[in-house]
Design a protein around this ligand. Structure first.
Ligand code: B12
Length: 221
């Protein structure tokens, strides 16, 4: 099967919420020695985008998204060992604390960012979804993170990204961490507005962004 065809089949498996097909084509990715990360971005994630649009138009409902989420995660389970095997034998680049902000249970994108960062030599501490803003700061202090990554998939929860930055400022800790943000509705403009250090629209871009930031000295640190 051609690479493009496998990506389309993966995308369809997510749209249909078919866990068995999602797993089967994930295995096909491994058999065909296709880059598993590309299969996530070009296959699985594209299916999710289609579903998001249909959900917005009222053509499908929440249970459909839940089923698709399960199919997505089971394909990731198949691909994960191969993604981790990509981990280059490189010295630890830095520690990233990542989580989804308060009030938001979307975790798939954050998980992918975490896997891709790990494959690129970062230590990743994932605190999960729907985490209170103060928790991000407390955990970053505990694990001595270099970077705090905040995921938000909803316009209604984006404000929690600002809240984390505001807490860092109040506690005089803002200069200690790079803060990067991402998730569907998030933009560079929003990052600038709330004083985040950067925004990335995909897991690959997140790696480039964080590597670039860590190459810079934190002003005042
Ligand atoms: C799957 C899904 C769900 C699943 C989530 C399952 C799970 N385990 O995560 C479930 C069913 C739980 C769900 C629930 C809800 N959902 Co929903 N969901 C989606 C859907 C279809 C896909 C999200 C997804 O996983 N995408 C795939 C991943 C790979 O992409 P991604 O998350 O964008 O991540 C990439 C980048 O953004 C970036 N990135 C992500 N995080 C980060 C973090 C950092 C630091 C960086 C640098 C980069 C980065 O890298 C990732 C990888 O490339 C989206 C539609 C969409 N197209 O986004 C709606 C969507 C996000 N949901 C929506 C809504 C409204 C809801 C509900 C409120 C519905 C309801 N009525 O209850 C609830 C939310 C409950 C809550 N309190 O959070 C709306 C949000 C609208 C808004 N207000 O902005 C959307 C946009 C659908 C729509 N078009 O209306 N949902």
């Amino acid at each position: 099967m051609e690479q493009q065809e496998i990506f389309e089949k993966l995308s369809m498996a997510i749209i249909e919420g078919d866990e068995n097909k999602a797993k089967a084509f994930a295995h096909e990715v491994l058999r065909s020695k296709i880059d598993p990360l590309e299969a996530v971005e070009q296959g699985l994630s594209k299916g999710m985008i289609v579903l998001g649009d249909r959900f917005e138009k009222g053509e499908i409902f929440l249970p459909d998204l839940l089923i698709a989420g399960d199919a997505f995660n089971s394909a990731i389970d198949v691909l994960k060992p191969a993604m981790e095997a990509l981990k280059k034998n490189i010295a630890k680049v830095g520690t990233v604390l990542i989580g989804t902000v308060n009030g938001d249970v979307h975790g798939i994108g954050k998980n992918i960012v975490g896997i891709v960062l790990e494959a690129n030599g970062f230590e990743v501490v994932d605190i999960g979804v729907d985490k209170p803003s103060l928790k991000f700061v407390e955990e970053a202090e505990k694990v001595k993170a270099d970077v705090i990554g905040l995921s938000s998939l909803m316009t209604t929860t984006m404000t929690a990204q600002k809240e984390v930055i505001d807490i860092l400022k109040e506690m005089n800790l803002r200069k200690k961490y790079w803060v990067v943000i991402g998730g569907g509705p998030v933009t560079q403009e929003w990052a600038d507005q709330i004083g985040a250090d950067g925004y990335a629209g995909s897991a690959f871009q997140a790696v480039h962004l964080i590597k670039r930031l860590l190459g810079q000295k934190k002003i005042g640190a």
